[in-house]
Design a protein around this ligand. Sequence first.
Ligand code: ASP
Ligand code: MG
Length: 407
Amino acid sequence: MARIVQKFGGTSVGDVGRIKNAARRVKCEIDRGNQVAVVVSAMAGTTNQLIEWTRLTSRLHDAREYDVVVCSGEQVTAGLLALALQDLEIDARSWLGWQIPIRTDGVHGKARIKAIEVEEMRRRLTRGQVPVVAGFQGVSPRGRITTLGRGGSDTSAVALAAALEADRCDIFTDVDGVYTSDPRIVAKARKLSRITYEEMLEMASQGASVLQTRSVEMAMNHRVRVQVLSSFTEAPGTLVVDEDEIVEKRVVSGIAYSRDEAKITVQRVADRPGVAAAIFGPLADDAINVDMIVQSASDDGRTADLTFTVARTDLDRAVSVLERGRNTIGFAALKPDPDVVKISVIGIGMRSHAGVASRMFQTLADKGINIQVISTSEIKVSVLIAAEYTELALRTLHTAYGLDAAG
Ligand code: ASP
Ligand code: MG
């Protein structure tokens, strides 16, 4: 007998018919003799609607009341799924975050889970009861409802799986697994049967929106085996696992892209100590994250240009922070550019294989695509290019690394 956490995302509980379908997926595991705990998202589109209502009501809203509103979609689906399970003769009950409780810090809108008290749930699981947990929500040290950030019900599910020491955490989502690249763009993308935590973490943080990044971190830290799959097919999905569980070793596992970046070039800054600090210090003080950075000699040969990326949503703020510091920093001009995309080649095999980066650069050069900024980590090479080349770059790189599906 195994203990399994099943998480149903917004599309899998998008209407009453789908909620009944999710209930049948739970019943399948029960019929196999397994213990099942369920975590649900809000019905697709609901959370967006709730956020919109808080904005329309109060532009500068109180974050605590924002959480009260936006967490409510999950309450609805938890109750409905518990009802659907009861109709299949399964003993089921709903749990809201504060009832368990799922304890978080007090950072409303983006809280982190600190602890989950699962003794009572464990007792009921062994009696055969199915808990249906509202994802995305917890309770702060002050007893207020918190939410975990967009996509946070993935993290609720993984955290619950860790607390319950579950054998597996199945995440039912709108795709049937993790692909070598976005199948909507790269027709020859293949579904991976397995991927390591490290690779999945890079994929998630580099733009593949299958799992919330924090949920992958949590799975990695607690060694929770996660499966990404669809509730609409019977096909097995992708298992996110430890490196030793991967038999077929690949150098490159996937190619991700992110359109959420924007580029800023600070032109002709003095080439002297302290300049980078003068630029990035104030940005950090304003909680603006900088991702990729490159410094190059400027046209006049005596000064330097500094180019870096920030989240696109931070672009305007970053520009005004730098304009304010213009006298201290000392630069000739600022050039913001939102029309860029970050493409990342990801694979743990890179640790032991040379030539992965150079192949990327050559492949893009052959297509006449200019690389604007480069950054690397142990298992990833990222480049920033003009957004108009997104599709071309993804497809040619996919072929160049031998990832294309046969046929
Ligand atoms: N319903 C929340 C959201 O849309 C949480 C989730 O779906 O994971 O972000
Ligand atoms: Mg999601």
